[in-house]
Design a protein around this ligand. Structure first.
Ligand SMILES: O=c1ccn([C@@H]2O[C@H](COP(=O)(O)O)[C@@H](O)[C@H]2O)c(=O)[nH]1
Length: 236
């Protein structure tokens, strides 16, 4: 799996996504989320893989263990490099997800890595406490979910940059810390709450960064990508 910034292809159609990718002329790490996948289905993953990109299929599965396990068995056949579930689904669900992936991975193919979403980067501590009724700090909640994901034998978590270091300390450096909520200094945070720059992400312990609108909505997306890539690599 590449370590370059993961570009969130949050587009309404494959046509829009391909049009966006054309000027890059290089192999990238891209993310397909529910907006694009629900319109295009598995073909978008096949096509992006054929084009030479690494693919994070960000469907954030969250259901009873049997349903998630069976869904993962099917997803394993698509060829994505990274898939995910919500840690809030529980340890039994995460174990079923991992087992489903293993069962669906055909001989000679690599099992996709699997990570769990802890607290969404759009969630504030206050919102977590008032709406989810979790009476602790957001750091503690995120690290707790990370430990559950580790106990279920997952490969890592989605978290914000702000918790990445504590997760590395609790779960080890090999345990992935994939961090969305990436913004350039003074960039519009939009609906994100727990945000950081690409440089801080590296310094504070992210293993991978996910970047959407800071690239896709930039006047020159290729230039924006190069700037973010440089910041990310410079602080390695
Ligand atoms: O906690 C999470 C989990 C997933 N995401 C996804 O990452 C991108 C971020 O997009 P931006 O435009 O850079 O804000 C988006 O696809 C989310 O679905 C997340 O933001 N936070």
């Amino acid at each position: 799996m590449k370590n370059s910034p993961i570009i969130a292809l949050d587009f309404a159609s494959a046509k829009d996504a391909y049009q966006f990718l054309t000027p890059f002329e290089q192999s990238l790490f891209v993310k397909v989320g529910m907006e694009l996948y629900l319109q295009e289905g598995p073909s978008i993953v096949y096509k992006l893989k054929e084009m030479g990109h690494d693919v994070f299929l960000d469907l954030k599965l969250h259901d009873i263990p049997n349903t998630v396990g069976q869904a993962m068995k099917g997803l394993a056949r698509l060829g994505a490099d990274l898939v995910n579930v919500h840690a809030a689904g529980g340890v039994a669900m995460m174990i079923a997800a991992r087992e489903g992936l293993e069962a669906g991975t055909t001989a000679g193919n690599k099992r996709p890595s699997i990570i769990a979403v802890t607290q969404l980067t759009s969630t504030s501590e206050q919102q977590m406490q008032q709406e989810q009724l979790i009476q602790t700090t957001i750091d503690d909640s995120v690290v707790h979910y990370a430990k559950l994901a580790k106990s279920a034998n997952l490969d890592g978590v989605v978290c914000s940059v702000l918790e990445a270091k504590k997760i590395a300390e609790a779960c080890g450096n090999e345990f992935l810390r994939v961090t969305p909520g990436i913004r350039l200094a003074k960039g519009n945070a939009h609906d994100q709450v727990r945000v950081a720059t690409p440089a801080n992400a590296r310094i504070l312990g992210s293993s991978h960064i996910v970047v959407g609108r800071a690239i896709t909505k930039a006047t020159n997306p290729v230039e924006a990508y190069k700037t973010i890539l440089n910041m990310w690599e410079e602080h390695a």
